[in-house]
Design a protein around this ligand. Structure first.
Ligand code: ATP
Ligand code: MG
Length: 400
């Protein structure tokens, strides 16, 4: 098929079509997201019409780039390169559909089925009538064509609305809900494989993201931090702009290391991470925290460890990977393009002081007793970590 002859895309959305009175709101979010994404590529015209969104492309648009950009917009169920026919006058419509087939299918030896959707219910023909007429016209004009209503090689779909649209190809979108339709959450983003995937998945439900990274210089390097910035940049193609809060965690980590039993270090550190993340989340109007935890993946992610970590949070903590195997997470990270960056071998603040035999079934009572040893001094360290955090804007159009 000669894609470069297309000048427009027809966008279908599934779930957001079901939202009753809120439908308009969701549609507007989707249109905004598509506009924002395409703005980077050129001057596109994005409009909505009766349960569809249409994208009309500038003269010099790049087909592949446009398709790639649309594949990152949550809320799009599928999309089709489409030819827009400005008139729905039947005498004009038929030959234009014929020309479409002629242009896009130079080889005519294929089977086809015509499908019709009639958004314009006042139109003088019904959908089945349109299908029959278009099919007959095409067969007459291109005798090598064959109709196959069960298993056609190509569908020729005609939609009659205020204008008419004809298309054949359906490209899968990422699904989900448009970002911005569900509030904001704070992602605890490390340099690993899991947390970027967790961010992607929550964002797929329409949630925009801020992120926090706990950095422990000089134990973790500038390159480790850059890796996290890079990961945020990659997922921002889907999630939209992210404000990444980089918190210096060294003093807190060292103090816990010096003061508490080493086998409890990871849990105690994670409790402080959650507390700090929640404080920043509240300051930045986030409604939840997001982590990349999955049950049993490591000692700090057993049911008991998760309970001990969760106990310090008052906000909901979303763990979209909780029931996923590592391989399933890896597959998503490959799909969204974070995997290659995630596996770069830079140190992580969680692994540096890790005990040989960390507790796997911590009791909250025991953990709280150890934590008491920190009180009196750690509060100041937490305040300092919050105050000295660096905020890095990632992705385009991040508000300063
Ligand atoms: P990941 O691949 O996301 O690093 P992991 O398997 O290494 O996960 P942990 O190191 O136990 O798991 O971390 C569990 C979760 O805690 C991470 O998914 C992330 O959400 C959060 N987290 C861990 N370390 C950090 C950090 N340095 N900064 C921010 N969040 C972190
Ligand atoms: Mg990690």
């Amino acid at each position: 098929m000669k894609e470069n002859k297309y000048r427009a895309f027809l966008i279908k959305y599934a779930e957001i079509g079901l939202k009753g009175k809120n439908r308009r709101f969701f549609e507007d979010c989707l249109v905004t997201q598509i506009r924002t994404r395409l703005e980077l590529l050129g001057e596109y015209l994005v409009t909505k019409e009766q349960g569809r969104v249409f994208v009309e492309c500038p003269e010099d648009f790049d087909y592949e780039d446009t398709v790639a950009a649309l594949k990152t917009v949550f809320g799009i169920a599928s999309f089709s390169p489409v030819v827009i026919i400005d008139t729905i006058a039947w005498d004009t419509l038929l030959p234009v559909v014929g020309n479409y087939v002629d242009t896009f299918f130079p080889e005519k030896n294929f089977s086809f089925k015509v499908e019709c959707k009639r958004g314009n219910k006042d139109y003088f023909m019904t959908s089945p009538q349109i299908c029959v007429e278009v099919g007959a016209y095409l067969l007459k004009r291109f005798p090598e064509l064959r109709v196959d209503v069960h298993c056609p090689q190509h569908y020729i779909t005609v939609e009659v609305r205020n204008r008419a649209y004809v298309y054949s190809e359906v490209i899968a979108g990422p699904g989900g809900m448009p970002v911005g339709s569900s509030g904001k959450a704070m992602l605890l983003l490390s340099g690993g494989i899991d947390s970027p995937v967790a961010g992607y998945m929550i964002s797929k439900r329409g949630v925009s993201l801020d992120a926090v990274y706990f950095h422990a210089p000089p134990y973790t390097s500038e390159r480790a931090k850059q890796k996290v910035v890079d990961l945020a940049e990659i997922i921002s193609a889907y999630t939209g702009p992210i404000r990444l809060h980089v918190v210096n965690f060294t003093d807190i980590q060292m103090y816990i290391y010096e003061t508490c039993p080493h086998e409890e270090l990871t849990i105690l550190m994670r409790r402080y991470m959650m507390r700090i993340a929640e404080t920043i989340a509240k300051e930045t109007a986030c409604l939840a925290l997001v982590t990349g935890e999955s049950i049993g993946q490591v000692a700090s992610q057993t049911m008991q460890s998760l309970q001990a970590t969760n106990a310090v949070c008052t906000m909901p903590v979303f763990r979209p990977l909780i029931g996923f195997d590592k391989q399933e997470i890896v597959e998503i990270s490959e799909k969204i393009g974070t995997y290659e960056t995630s596996i770069l071998p830079y140190e992580d603040c969680c692994t540096i002081f890790v005990a040989k035999h960390p507790v796997t079934k911590p009791s909250i009572r025991v953990i709280e007793r150890s934590e008491k040893l920190l009180f009196g001094k750690i509060e100041e360290m937490v305040d300092k970590a919050l105050q000295t955090r660096e905020v890095i804007s990632v992705g385009n159009k991040t508000p300063e």
